[in-house]
Design a binder for this molecule. Structure first.
Ligand code: NDP
Length: 244
């Protein structure tokens, strides 16, 4: 029976590339996003052409009741939850002294609490199955900080904390838990940055090119593969050498 993968924030950007790559590897895909359902359905329909089953669900990762219901329904309707990719994320950038409390709270709610909500919902199912893969998308900013992103860096460092703690809890049950720390990836999230910032970023990337969503998707696919069954609690940088 085909295995099932839940990818959050996967209507577009990095999440969509991850969902597409996992479909190519034969997984049925659950597209989870807060955007209008038509957008997620469009992505799901595109991925279904690869020959796997897909399901598009509108769900806010910050809402634990919605998350629990969704994960339970995947288990009930599709039979198992084999992969969870916590990818949904937002930015609300600003220097510390000007940052509004609501912008701090919003970023923590989506990036950190959202990761907790989905991991909490999927873990009991994976433990019972005695198999599963959880991959969460952190950031280079969670490793080294960034001026203007105190909220985002705290959330992404927190994702690493969740990853390492849950990895220790679930390792005896055959479930691996890892994080990926992308550098600068060309997506709608980064498209809005001023050209000056983009040029400065490029200068800081030893590989001499921006990351593409597929670069992240390839790393997720590896961590979800059988070849990675002895890798857990790790943070894999995928950043063209930006952070060493
Ligand atoms: P995008 O903004 O392109 O995509 C993020 C997706 O997450 C959107 O579809 C968005 O939906 C969805 N989302 C936002 N909030 C919620 C929510 N509350 N519940 C469910 N879905 C939600 O971002 P990227 O593809 O660039 O980023 C993906 C991940 O990678 C993020 O975690 C990001 O922090 C991380 N990352 C990105 C980097 C980059 O350079 N791009 C670098 C390092 C890490 P909606 O349309 O409703 O907003």
């Amino acid at each position: 029976m085909a295995k099932n993968a839940i990818v959050t924030g996967s209507a577009r950007g990095i999440g969509k590339a991850i969902a597409t790559r996992l479909a190519k590897d034969g997984y049925n895909i659950v597209i989870v996003d807060a955007c209008p359902i038509e957008n997620s359905q469009e992505t799901a329909d595109e991925i279904a052409k690869l020959g796997v089953a897909t399901k598009a669900v509108r769900c806010d990762v910050t809402d634990s009741a919605q998350v629990n219901e969704l994960v339970e329904s995947v288990k009930a309707e599709m039979g198992s939850v084999d992969i969870l990719v916590n990818n949904a994320g937002i930015t609300r950038d600003g220097l510390l002294v000007r940052m509004k409390e609501e912008d701090f709270d919003a970023v923590i709610a989506v990036n950190l609490k959202g990761t907790y909500n989905f991991t909490r919902a999927a873990a009991p199912i994976m433990m019972k199955q005695r198999s599963g893969r959880i991959v969460s998308i952190s950031s280079i900013v969670g490793l080294q900080g960034n001026a203007g992103q105190v909220n985002y860096s705290a959330s992404k460092a927190g994702v690493i904390g969740i990853t390492k703690s849950v990895a220790r809890e679930l390792a005896p049950r055959g479930v691996t838990v890892n994080a990926i720390a992308p550098g600068y990836v060309e997506t709608p999230m980064t498209a809005v940055l001023p050209d000056k910032v983009k040029e400065a970023m490029l200068g800081a990337i030893p590989a001499g090119r921006y990351g593409q969503p597929e670069d992240i998707a390839n790393a997720v696919a590896f961590l979800c593969s059988e070849d990675a069954s002895y890798i857990t609690g790790q943070v894999l940088s995928v950043d063209g050498g930006m952070h060493m």
